[in-house]
Design a binder for this molecule. Structure first.
Ligand code: PNS
Length: 161
C-alpha cells in the first residue's frame, strides 16, 4: 500500500511480544506506522505515559517508519488528524473478537472514512496480554520471553524482584 499510514492504538501497559509481532507484520504492509498510546484510559495504567513510550522506543530501536505518539479523545479524530484512514488492531484467538468487533463498528459509525484492519499476532502470543503478564509479574512469575527485555526489566523493577 504505497504511501499508506496506519495507526496502531492501544494502552501498551506495557508493550508485549504480541504487540511487536503485530508491528512487524504491519511494517510489511504499510509505509508508516503510528503507535498511538491512549492517555485517558478508564483504568489507571501501571506505567506512566513516558515509561510506556520509552519501552516502545527501546523495543523498536533500529526500525524505521515508526512514530510513537499519544492521543486523547476519539480515536477516529486522531486518525484523521494524522492524515491516515486506517486503524490497525491485533487479534489473538477468539477472546478478542467480540470487543474488537464492537469497537470497529462504533468507529465506523463515528467516521465511515476510517477503516479498521486486523492482523493476527503470532500463535506463540495467543494466550498473552499486558494484563495477564502484569498479574504474573506482580506475583513474582517469570515473564521473560513474553515481553521485550526492557519491559521485563521495568516490570521486575515495579514489582521489586
Ligand atoms: O490496548 P487497548 O486497551 O485494548 O486499547 C483500546 C483503545 C485505546 C484502542 C480504545 O480504548 C480507544 O480507541 N479509545 C479511544 C476512545 C474512543 O475513540 N472510543 C470510541 C470508539 S470505541
Amino acid at each position: 500500500m504505497r504511501g499508506s499510514v496506519a495507526v496502531y492504538p492501544g494502552t501498551f501497559d506495557p508493550i508485549t511480544n504480541g504487540h511487536l509481532s503485530v508491528v512487524n507484520r504491519a511494517l510489511k504492509i504499510f509505509d508508516k506506522l503510528i503507535i498511538a498510546i491512549l492517555t485517558n484510559p478508564q483504568k489507571t495504567p501501571l506505567f506512566t505515559l513516558d515509561e510506556r513510550k520509552y519501552m516502545i522506543k527501546e523495543s523498536l530501536k533500529g526500525k524505521s517508519n515508526i512514530e510513537i505518539d499519544d492521543f486523547g479523545g476519539l480515536l477516529v479524530d486522531y486518525v484523521v488528524k494524522k492524515k491516515s484512514n486506517v486503524i490497525l488492531r491485533g487479534l489473538r484467538a477468539l477472546s478478542d473478537f467480540e470487543y474488537e468487533f464492537q469497537m470497529a463498528l462504533m468507529n465506523r459509525k463515528l467516521n465511515r472514512e476510517v477503516q479498521s484492519i486486523f492482523l493476527m499476532t503470532d500463535y506463540k502470543w495467543f494466550y498473552t496480554s499486558s494484563t495477564i503478564i502484569k498479574e504474573a509479574a506482580s506475583l513474582g512469575g517469570e515473564i521473560s520471553g513474553l515481553v521485550p527485555p526492557i519491559a521485563c526489566r521495568k516490570l521486575k523493577e515495579k514489582y521489586g524482584y
